[in-house]
Design a protein around this ligand. Sequence first.
Ligand SMILES: Nc1ncnc2c1ncn2[C@@H]1O[C@H](COP(=O)(O)OP(=O)(O)O)[C@@H](O)[C@H]1O
Ligand SMILES: [Mg+2]
Length: 244
Amino acid sequence: MVKRPRCETGIEVIDKELNGGIPLGSTVLIAGGSGVGKTTLSMQFLINGIKLGENGVFFTATETVSKLKKYLSNYDFFDERLIKSGELSIIDIWSISDRLGLSPERYNLEEANILFEVIRDIAKELDAKRLVIDSITSLCYRLQTQEMIRDFIFKLGSSLTAMMCTTFLTSEIPPRTFQYSIYEIEEFIADGILFLGDIERKGDLIRTLQVVKMRGTAHGRSKHVLDMSSENGIELAPMLKSTI
Ligand SMILES: Nc1ncnc2c1ncn2[C@@H]1O[C@H](COP(=O)(O)OP(=O)(O)O)[C@@H](O)[C@H]1O
Ligand SMILES: [Mg+2]
């Protein structure tokens, strides 16, 4: 069997769990509650790609670009020069939406289609090989029905796959629940799900990461401990079952 080409996340444990990386061009849901590391993981994924010569684009829908840059400057892996060089683009999705004159509340079918086309065209123009929407949950809020959400994610995913662009969609869910998306449609359309959770142990909240689903590859499903630091960003370590 021919092994499908992979997109190396550069986060060692994830690549190992996935037998080399995410199947190229997949759309992966990064699901988790608030503060589990979704934004950081997504940005690290883009910057690791730049090291391999792949341009990255980050669409923010939850924080302004300046707030995001300020927050990211805490991490050694983040370097503003990557923005100046054009390898990394950070784009406020609502600014685009406003400039296009789209509704500030709910989109109709035509508006949803315009936004989809703009995201696709930006990815094409920037020759992006990695793309993030942070978060798909807040974008879904403007899409009125499950059909519109399905249609939007499906069309976006298909055109990015055609461009060999691997995509992370962050999904905000309530803490300590066993669902991966609010509208319950995102998780079925996505090719993969990385679940970021937290568990309470002796009064501490420990962050965890688990590959839940990844179409097109065999993969491990073990829970790993996720650690965050300014020096190394996100790091994963095996969770020793005896310690929990
Ligand atoms: N320099 C840092 N070192 C370690 N942890 C940090 C640092 N900066 C922020 N954090 C942690 O990152 C968390 C936010 O991560 P983030 O990726 O924004 O989560 P999410 O997008 O899932 O809400 C904060 O709650 C904080 O605990
Ligand atoms: Mg976030």
